[in-house]
Design a protein around this ligand. Sequence first.
Ligand code: HEC
Length: 345
Amino acid sequence: MAWSLFVGNMKPEKRIAYALVVLVSIFSASCQHEPITVTDIIHIDTTGNGGGGCNIPGGLYASLITDSSATLNWAVVSGAASYDVQYKIAGSATWTAATSTANSLPLTGLNAMTNYEFQVQTVCAEGSSGFSASANFITLAAGDTTPYIPCNPDTAYFQNDVLPIFLTNCAMPGQGCHDAGSHAEGLILDSYDNIMASGKVKPGKPNSSKIYEVITTGEPDDRMPPSPYSPLTADEINLIYTWILQGALNNYCGGGPCDTLSTTFSGTVFPIIQANCIGCHSGNVISGGVDLSDYSKVYTQVVNGKLYGSVNQVPGYVAMPLGTTLSDCDIRKINFWINDGAPNN
Ligand code: HEC
């Protein structure tokens, strides 16, 4: 338990580093046919020492990837004075060399949509390790500047994991719960700022967070969401627990492929409607009395809760687009925009 709390409080990069140390320790110990005890593992973890010598770095990965930049990361090697890094366009002959005293290195001036490869070696007082095997990353398409952050399976991300739970179970528009239009008990749970401003989340302390208490309580009268809404699933509860434990950050992963963070009506939402809905909801065909041909008409369907209800296929609404479903990413973009107050931007 202490170990999982220790790991849970670390930054993802650090946790990868420590996990690697554990794995390397287990691996080398088993090669020498020595029994592995829990004490050995805990001893090694808490000091962060991977053993003597000048070891080759492992755990290479790139983060914060844009169309022209990226940050290279690797696991800390104990005894390292600095690290030598070399990178190149995959398949080209010449490496570009760089050094770093930290276990990361930001790169700029990269080409868009290009496969890069990099290697790292440790520099110790007594000499250098060899270079590691290569790790690769591909920069984003030109103009796609939302940093791409690889998803770490051990991290709970607010934007990807937690906010959708709140939007679907607590801040559903038009249901009289915790959206901007209702705020039962003064609580609005539709965005990071509002959720944190509620004071019901104590970063790092799920067990003293009111939000966690009400989703896990055994008291039917106190449970959230209240009956007749379904309780959260064990997975959803676990994600919220982990997210609070890891500091309740406004974090996300991915980013390039589904950029909800820069959603606008004219640039994002209306193009989705034009591509998927307009044929049945404008001009001579106003299905169900719903006209979606301009901002003010779309806004009418936001305020009455029908746009949210239909595209999220909430029971009680007719699921839209008729006979199919929008992509996950398009639904997330529409939800972000609605929860942002559906601005005409
Ligand atoms: C193939 C035609 C078609 C397409 C495409 C379509 N709709 Fe509809 N829509 C309908 C029909 C027909 C109704 C009326 C259904 C009913 O009342 O039974 C309807 C009803 C609705 C309603 C009212 C729902 C309710 O529960 O009252 C909304 C809101 C709506 N559509 C939004 C959309 C949106 C948003 C899209 C695109 C993402 C879309 N529709 C795509 C045919 C379509």
